[in-house]
Design a binder for this molecule. Structure first.
Ligand code: G3P
Ligand code: MG
Length: 486
């Protein structure tokens, strides 16, 4: 299996791993050492991870945003709220293959044979098809919550082989969503979009955070429905996973306004938390009980080295790290009005509370788009996916990010050197002919994902490329311009 090399990232390795040349920002981030304004400590892992320098500040932006927490911040302010510099985001050295997955459905054998004959006749187009790829955002591009966007079904079908070559054009799904296992979400999406979706072509906001399991043993994991994030964290290899409701089950007075149902009681795992030392806080998805999550996160941030019920004399020196899986402030749903608040807004509230209680800016790490670590990880997933579908471990040169959120999908794709397509089916509400003023999509703005896919495929494979497989195609005639493909 291919492995990341440090040289691939231009970063240094985690402690314990062989190093390439250059300074080690990780080491400088340790307590007692200083590097710029960062002092966020990341304990050493066993070396199976690589750290990518953050492209945004690890310092809270609460102060800048406190004046407009209840308003819709301007694009400029939102972007300002998301930049970070000075810390590292560990990601897995190579994508881990899932134990089970929704494998790509094999086309009919007869189509396979016919398609390979057609492909033999069109070597240039085949090479171009393998040299392009898509990274799709989900919410606002492929679906709105549990409702599929119809055009997305057609786009995926075409990329899965319903095209004149009968060839799979590689694509991955790159979402800031999360809260359940990759397997569960892929199964759900496959049903919704009527296409097979493999976990090996799928990245949720918290997927790269599995690397943190090599650094932290006991973690508080927040967000998502029911207790699903517990399963996510355990799948990632965290040894001792605590859900906020476990703490409520142990002592309901911890959160005076918390929500605790009978179902919660059945599933919670209360233990004696007065003796437990937490190593880190991980927010994997949107909170379903803000009161409890705010309270317990704040308790831990203010505690003496992650021990509940304690208060540190110097909360900054003894603070345990906190990681958020993504930073989007709003996201599109099936709500008829404007986009709804999401994890980034929750984070800003935590930052504001922390600043108000301590007078100090909170250091935190935010994964997800537009963070570079997420795109770096996406490249590796894409390469692996290419190996699975085409038996070639290569990275396509022309990657098209199709997204609805200029603040995450587009700015991230632009910074990473991808082609970016902004669609009008989600967060972006610009008028026809308009691009986003602050983070314009470099390939253009499209009505929906299908239009973006068509434009990109035609740019790479030719304007006359047929977006439909013709089961009656004559491979002998194909390639000389007399194909019967519609
Ligand atoms: O919470 C925001 C998240 O749902 C956005 O997902 O697919 O648009 O990156 P996506
Ligand atoms: Mg989106």
């Amino acid at each position: 299996m291919p492995r990341f090399d440090d040289a691939d990232f231009a970063v240094v390795s985690a402690p314990g791993t062989p190093r390439t040349e250059g300074p080690n920002p990780f080491a400088a981030a340790r307590p007692g050492l200083s590097r710029g304004n960062s002092s966020l400590a990341i304990p050493g892992g066993d070396g199976n991870t690589v750290e990518v320098p953050a492209s945004r500040s690890s310092i809270s932006d609460a102060a800048a945003l406190m004046h407009n927490l209840s308003l819709s911040p301007s694009m400029k302010e939102r972007r300002g709220s998301r930049n970070s510099f000075g810390t590292s985001l560990p990601i897995p050295r190579s994508p881990r293959h899932s134990r089970s997955r929704m494998g790509p459905r094999r086309p009919e054998v007869s189509q396979d044979i016919l398609a390979s004959q057609v492909q033999d006749m069109s070597k240039e187009k085949v090479a171009a098809a393998k040299n392009m790829a898509f990274a799709f955002d989900i919410d606002g591009v492929l679906a709105h919550g549990n409702e599929p966007i119809e055009e997305a079904k057609l786009a995926l079908k075409m990329l899965n082989g319903d095209n004149e070559l009968g060839i799979k054009i590689p694509y991955i799904l790159l979402t800031n969503g999360g809260g359940k296992t990759e397997i569960a979400r892929c199964e759900q999406l496959a049903g919704l979009l009527e296409s097979p979706i493999s976990t090996d072509q799928f990245i949720q906001s918290h997927t790269p955070m599995q690397a943190l399991a090599e650094y932290y043993e006991t973690v508080l994991v927040c967000g998502g429905e029911d207790f699903k994030v517990r399963e996510v964290a355990e799948t990632y290899g965290f040894k001792n996973v605590v859900h906020p409701k476990d703490i409520l089950a142990w002592d309901p007075t911890v959160s005076p306004w918390g929500i605790f149902s009978e179902k919660d009681r059945e599933n919670a795992k209360p233990r004696d938390f007065s003796k437990m030392k937490f190593d880190a806080i991980l927010v994997f998805a949107d909170s379903r009980d803000y009161a409890t999550d705010f309270q317990i996160i704040m308790d831990l941030l203010l505690s003496e080295n992650g021990k509940l019920l304690t208060r540190a004399k110097d909360p900054v020196a003894s603070r345990i790290p906190i990681y958020f899986s993504q930073g989007d402030l709003v996201f599109p749903t099936n709500h008829k009005g404007p986009p709804r608040l999401t994890q980034g807004s929750f984070r800003i509230a935590i930052e504001a509370q922390y600043k108000a209680l301590t007078g100090v800016d909170l250091e935190r790490v935010v994964y997800g788009k537009p963070e570079r670590a997420t795109y770096t990880y996406a490249d590796e997933v894409l390469k692996n996916w290419m190996e699975q579908i085409h038996n070639e471990n290569t990275l396509p040169q022309h990657v098209y990010m199709v997204g609805d959120n200029p603040q995450s999908d587009i700015i991230g794709g632009n910074m990473y050197g991808w082609n970016t397509c902004l669609v009008r089916t989600g967060v972006f509400q610009g008028k026809e002919g308009e691009n986003d003023a602050h983070n314009p999509a470099n390939f253009g703005v499209f009505e929906n994902v299908l239009e973006a896919v068509k434009a990109a495929v035609r740019k790479e494979l030719g304007q006359d490329f047929k977006l439909k497989w013709n089961p009656k195609v004559n491979p002998v005639l194909h390639g000389d311009g007399t194909s019967a493909v519609e």
